[in-house]
Ligand binder design. Structure first.
Ligand code: PEP
Ligand code: CO
Length: 444
């Protein structure tokens, strides 16, 4: 079958939305197809080259952000806070890994969510499930839960506003290591991690000062950073509308994001998502859950990367701490056995979700850390390497995951539980995780 940006429409598509008004939908998509892209093919190609380095073990990928971004959070503070935690984590990881860190946000478009159930029931009332701000609204009323095509346009605009602000901050000195205020941690006093973090920042700053003293130049590169965007390319009409050719390059680029991924629920070999992804030039990631088989994974790689392009494929394993030991090794060995070089990363969040007796969805810091550490070890023992992490986090002081240095417990979750979908590491837990990874990698 020849590929086109809409050839996915011939295939069975999971997790798609039935819109009540096809004329309105067509109109929205037509507008989106005319609007300028959110990212450029230049950036996309740069990212692919960076990911190719990570696949070879010469760089490390830090990918993180909300489970589901919300339109309400398209405000300066949450965006800046997210940028700040990602920058601080990356700094810690640079220090630990002695490698360049590729920063990718789950940001500027992470507005559509796969759901295990199509409906949600509260008491006597059953309504369509909330599927992300690009699709419907979160409040539990029939009107809010009705899918509205206009929301895709609002999502595209919010993504543009978010990205505009990020670009302004990252180009304009927000990431400048010489500005200590950006690197201050807002840890309340007495955090067990504050001292170690201060030590890392000051040691990096010393190296920089030394470098500029002996070279006599202020390193411009250090004043700027790149933050790439990513989201689950779930809502195919939205993705299609931003997929296009560009002058002087061959093929189609999905310019709604630098780095789209295929979620675990939509990775069927003959499905619409795989068909869509097959034809785009972006580097792509695939979530690899416990149900993945060797044949399925081989099939995906064959369809999605027949040319074996460096940097094309990232495999995000999300097995859960209890299953990673059993499930991961055979897959890693199989990919290796085919002579393929892919980038393996670990999402230690999605396989470790549980519900407390109080009915709150949470994740335990210890399990998150355990899945990560086990993954590092497994890769090493197989002559492979774990080249990145994929984390759900926020730059704010939420209470959604249990544990961490402050020992947040089940009761404490109620204080600031804000996520719409999955529980995220808060600022302090996220930085602690980065420090634990860095320490481990440094020791090697
Ligand atoms: C996610 O990343 O938010 C997600 C839904 O992941 P997965 O497809 O791995 O379940
Ligand atoms: Co999630």
């Amino acid at each position: 079958m020849t590929w086109s940006p809409k050839s996915w429409q011939e295939r069975p598509a999971q997790q798609q939305v039935a819109y009540g008004d096809p004329v309105k939908l067509a109109n929205v998509l037509e507008q989106m197809a005319q609007l300028p892209p959110l990212v450029t093919s230049w950036e996309v190609e740069n990212l692919r080259a960076d990911l190719a380095k990570a696949a070879k073990g010469e760089a490390f990928l830090l990918q993180g952000g909300d489970c589901a971004e919300s339109f309400d959070d398209c405000r300066s503070e949450p965006i800046a806070a997210k940028l700040k935690i990602l920058l601080q984590m990356s700094l810690v990881l640079v220090h630990g890994t002695r490698k360049p860190v590729i920063r990718v946000g789950r940001i500027a478009g992470q507005y559509a969510k796969p759901r295990s159930a199509d409906t949600e029931t509260r008491g006597e009332v059953t309504l369509p499930a909330y599927r992300g701000d690009n699709v419907n609204r979160n409040p539990f009323t029939a009107a809010d839960r009705e899918p509205d095509p206009e929301l895709m346009l609002r999502g595209y605009e919010r993504a543009a506003l978010t990205l505009n602000f990020i670009r302004g901050l990252t180009d304009g000195g927000f990431a400048d290591l010489h500005h200590p205020e950006q690197w201050d941690v807002s840890f309340a006093h007495g955090s067990p991690n504050a001292e170690q973090y201060e030590h890392i920042v000051s040691s990096i700053r010393e190296s920089l000062n030394f470098l500029s003293a002996i070279t006599g130049v202020e390193n411009e590169v250090l004043r700027r950073v790149t933050l790439y965007t990513s989201h689950e390319a779930l809502a195919l009409p939205y993705e299609q509308a931003q997929t296009r050719t560009v002058p002087r390059r061959t093929g189609h680029y999905n310019l709604s994001t630098h780095f789209p991924w295929i979620g675990m629920r939509t990775a069927q070999l003959d499905g619409a998502h795989v068909e869509f992804f097959r034809g785009i030039q972006n580097p792509i990631a695939i979530k690899v859950g416990p149900a993945m088989t060797i044949d399925w994974l081989r099939g995906l790689l064959e369809v999605l990367d027949p040319q074996r392009l460096p940097g094309r494929i990232t495999l995000i394993a999300r097995m859960g701490a209890d299953q990673v030991g059993e499930k991961l090794p055979a897959l890693v060995a199989a990919v290796k056995g085919e002579g393929r070089t892919v980038l393996w990363t670990c999402d230690p969040m999605h396989g470790n979700t549980e519900t407390t007796p109080q009915g709150i969805k949470t994740r335990r810091f210890d399990k998150i850390l355990r899945e990560l550490e086990t993954s590092f070890e497994l890769h090493e023992s197989l002559g492979s390497h774990l080249g990145g992490v994929h984390i759900e986090l926020t730059g704010e002081d939420v209470t959604e995951c249990i544990g961490g240095a402050r020992g947040l417990d089940e009761i404490g979750l109620e204080r600031a539980y804000k996520t719409r979908v999955d529980p995220r590491l808060n600022y302090e837990q996220a930085l602690e995780l980065a420090m634990r990874i860095a320490k481990r990698m440094r020791a090697k």
